[in-house]
Design a protein around this ligand. Structure first.
Ligand SMILES: NC(=O)c1ccc[n+]([C@@H]2O[C@H](COP(=O)([O-])OP(=O)(O)OC[C@H]3O[C@@H](n4cnc5c(N)ncnc54)[C@H](O)[C@@H]3O)[C@@H](O)[C@H]2O)c1
Length: 252
């Protein structure tokens, strides 16, 4: 028996590093997946390598209600149900002192992470089955502060509040809700962050992060996928409302 046999999993940010790694593992574990992303080209690349009878893709902006409604409709039309919502799409914004922080960037980052996760839950939960699981990708940035990272860190904290409200509302329906908090991952998203932060601070961004990780290295997308699988599957059947740190000890 595989861990997600017969489950239907909706993954936002499905064309990205963590979304694609989760999609591959979920399928290996018996699931069907719907991948949502605004990047059509990368979405096709990810889906091309997956068994076509168990994958669907849709180009949508998670920050729009129309987008959320469209990807939920597609999931129901193609696979008939929703068991797992992996709310994972994300952007980073910029690093600036508070007095200079661009308002439009602040709004844009909050709209992807916070409004996006809110809309995903709003549209998906009415169709989720008992035993379902929502996993929201927050970050180690959801439990700490760093000067200048105003939009991203605020957004990642806000996702925890959303998760806690959802966990309480959905528990009577047997649906669990948790956030996962990756530390720095060895992928393009993190490399771009390290370049920006490094430039803003006048330091080597990668070395700056390595110094803060007790395990002394970045994580991999596959390591995050395995932790998401834990939260998505019945292995975590008594776990709801929690913040799972997968960060090499960075938040300690
Ligand atoms: N990479 C890391 O080190 C790290 C650490 C902690 C948390 N995270 C979080 O993990 C999640 C996934 O990041 P990743 O590392 O896979 O980066 P990624 O850039 O590879 O993936 C993010 C995906 O989200 C998509 N996306 C962005 N805005 C969107 C929108 N409005 N609508 C639809 N899709 C949108 C992008 O096109 C991209 O494919 C993000 O929420 C990120 O904040 C990443």
């Amino acid at each position: 028996m595989k861990k997600l046999d017969g489950k239907v999993c909706l993954i936002t940010g499905g064309a990205g590093s963590l979304g694609a790694a989760a999609a591959r593992l979920f399928i290996e574990q018996g699931a069907a997946v719907v991948l949502v992303d605004r990047d059509a080209e990368r979405l096709n690349e990810v889906a091309r390598d997956l068994p076509q009878e168990r994958v669907a893709t849709i180009v949508a902006d998670v920050a729009s209600a129309e987008g959320a409604s469209a990807y939920v409709d597609l999931t129901l039309a193609r696979f008939g149900a929703i068991d797992v919502l992996f709310s994972n799409a994300g952007n980073f914004g910029t690093v600036q002192p508070i007095a200079d922080y661009p308002d439009d960037v602040f709004g844009e980052v909050l709209s992807v992470h916070v409004r996006g996760a809110y809309l995903a839950a709003k549209h998906a939960t009415p169709h989720m089955r008992k035993g379902g699981s929502i996993v929201i990708t927050s970050s180690v940035a959801g439990v700490r502060g760093d000067a200048g990272v105003y939009a991203y860190i605020t957004a990642k904290h806000a996702q925890v509040g959303l998760m806690r409200c959802l966990a309480k509302e959905l528990a009577p329906r047997g649906i669990r809700v948790n956030t996962i908090h990756p530390g720095p991952i060895d992928n393009g998203f993190q490399l771009a962050v390290e370049r920006r932060l490094g430039d803003a601070m006048g330091v080597d961004g990668t070395a700056f992060f390595n110094d803060m990780i007790p395990l002394g290295r970045h994580g991999t997308a596959d390591e995050i996928a395995r932790s998401v699988l834990y939260l998505a599957s019945d292995d975590s059947s008594f776990v709801t409302g929690t913040t799972l740190m997968v960060d090499g000890g960075m938040s300690v």
